[in-house]
Design a protein around this ligand. Structure first.
Ligand code: FE
Ligand code: FE
Ligand code: FE
Length: 162
């Protein structure tokens, strides 16, 4: 059996989040289209653009490692995005739709924050300063998106109550 080290685990997790980001990139326009409020739609569109850059950062990290950028199916993100799809279908045209979309998007962001937080720690332990920097840029965008969604959650629920 081949020896597995922290670098191997780092690369596997990189593949996991690379796959996840690509799925998220495909899902965000659908969520933007489904959103009732302009503010929520714009937040999804903005994050769609950011996600493109995040995918590129991951490709840069693969390059630093001299590895091909390759994803590995992430069942967690598939499940989280499926839940989001379910909300879109079941709450289409109803008042709490936006609140549901925000909740689905926050589950996505939290998965990403968990992954990138871990990857940053490992990259630092592996003395990969450039990877740490790239991961940190993305981590910051994910956290800011989560914060923006928290604010939108309040307005979505208020709009629904009005
Ligand atoms: Fe992302
Ligand atoms: Fe995963
Ligand atoms: Fe994100």
């Amino acid at each position: 059996m081949a020896e597995k080290d922290l670098l191997a685990l780092f690369v596997e997790t990189l593949k996991d989040i690379y796959y996840a980001e690509k799925q998220i990139y495909k899902a965000l326009p659908k969520m933007a289209k489904a959103a009732e409020s302009t503010a929520l739609r714009k937040a999804f569109e903005k994050h769609h653009d950011e996600t493109e850059g995040q995918i590129e950062r991951l490709e840069q990290i693969f390059e630093l490692l001299h590895k091909p950028a390759r994803g590995k199916k992430c069942d967690a993100i598939e499940g989280i995005l499926d839940e989001g799809k379910e909300i879109m279908e079941e709450y289409e045209g109803t008042p709490p739709l936006d609140a549901g979309l925000v909740s689905a998007a926050q589950a996505v962001e939290h998965y990403e924050i968990a992954r990138y937080g871990t990857l940053k720690t490992w990259a630092s332990q592996l003395s990969m300063a450039e990877a740490v920097r790239l991961i940190d840029e993305t981590l910051d965008e994910e956290k800011k998106t989560d914060e923006a969604l928290t604010k939108l959650a309040v307005s979505a629920v208020n709009a629904e109550a009005a």
